[in-house]
Write a protein that binds this ligand. Structure first.
Ligand code: SF4
Length: 285
């Protein structure tokens, strides 16, 4: 596998749309039935990217629906599942097939992102399995909050998990996301103990929200603990500086945005946090 180092990872906004991917013409009843079997998903957009969301050139699929309400969410337009477009799994897999030469040449593949991909586990399972049958590298980009929805079969079809650990301290996690931290930690331990998945930990550094030194320390200690459970589980930690790229989306959705006045962290602050991870023996970008 070719791994492209990310010198300056950033949080990205979701893709521009469904360009070339057909939406399914189904009524509400059929839509729900097909979603249960995973033949249909609620999709926001997709994008072809290089050196983000996993190794090589990737097709990243952004699905709709997320149980978290992150204060810094850069894709608030993906939060509601009902706002997504109905797309057949076979339609996505056709698109993956088209890019096989690119994936092979670059060591890339398919990344399932959102929103929260584990809100649609049957759809995710079909895509992962279909991609694996084509020999394509697969990645799940998830908060881990719904990790219990991931079946063992799904994880056997997953090469890489981009695990967003939004905070190490449960109270801060609640303040950031409105939900509990524990399911994410449990999911990461399961990945280390019962799967062969490679894990990249992602941590968004938000001044005044997640940047408390003890909070960072807990994320770093947790990431290191996964490598004690299975050596080589966490191969990379990405410290992503908060940015204001999602601000306009919040405004256009009429949603209240609490980080209006928050500045991005300084390069020095980002580097200091990366040092905290390095001190735990982790490879950090
Ligand atoms: S996990 Fe948080 S940042 Fe990601 S889509 Fe959901 S609310 Fe937004």
């Amino acid at each position: 596998m070719t791994t492209v180092p990310l010198e300056a990872p950033t949080r990205r906004t979701a893709g521009a749309g469904l360009r070339g991917v057909a939406t399914a013409d189904v009524d509400r009843h059929d839509r729900l039935a097909l979603m249960r079997t995973g033949e249909l998903g609620s999709v926001h957009s997709w994008e072809l990217v290089t050196a983000v969301d996993g190794p090589g050139t990737r097709m990243t699929l952004f699905v709709s629906g997320c149980p978290l309400r992150c204060a810094y969410c850069h894709n608030p337009d993906t939060m509601a599942m009902k706002d997504g477009d109905p797309v057949l799994a076979s339609e996505i897999l056709d698109r993956v097939r088209r890019y096989l030469p690119v994936f092979r040449a670059t060591g890339g593949g398919l990344t399932l992102s959102g929103g929260e991909i584990l809100m649609q586990p049957a759809f995710a399972g079909r895509l992962l399995h279909g991609a694996k049958e084509m020999g394509v590298h697969t990645a799940l980009d998830t908060s881990g909050y719904l990790g219990a929805n991931a079946t063992d079969a799904m994880l056997a079809d997953t090469d890489l998990v981009l695990l967003d650990v939004k905070s190490g301290d449960p109270e801060t996690y609640r303040a950031v996301t409105g939900r509990e931290l524990a399911p994410t930690l449990t999911f990461g331990r399961r990945l280390a103990e019962t799967t062969d998945c490679e894990v990249w930990i992602r941590f968004v550094l938000v001044p005044g929200l997640t940047d408390d030194q003890r909070n960072v320390e807990r994320v770093a200690a947790y990431a290191a603990s996964l490598n004690r459970r299975r050596a080589g589980t966490v191969t990379r930690v990405e410290v992503l500086p908060f940015h204001q790229m999602g601000r306009d989306k919040w405004a256009s959705l009429g949603m209240e945005y609490s980080l209006e006045d928050t500045e991005p962290p300084t390069p020095e602050a980002v580097e200091a946090v990366r040092e905290q991870f390095r001190a735990q023996g982790l490879t950090t970008y």
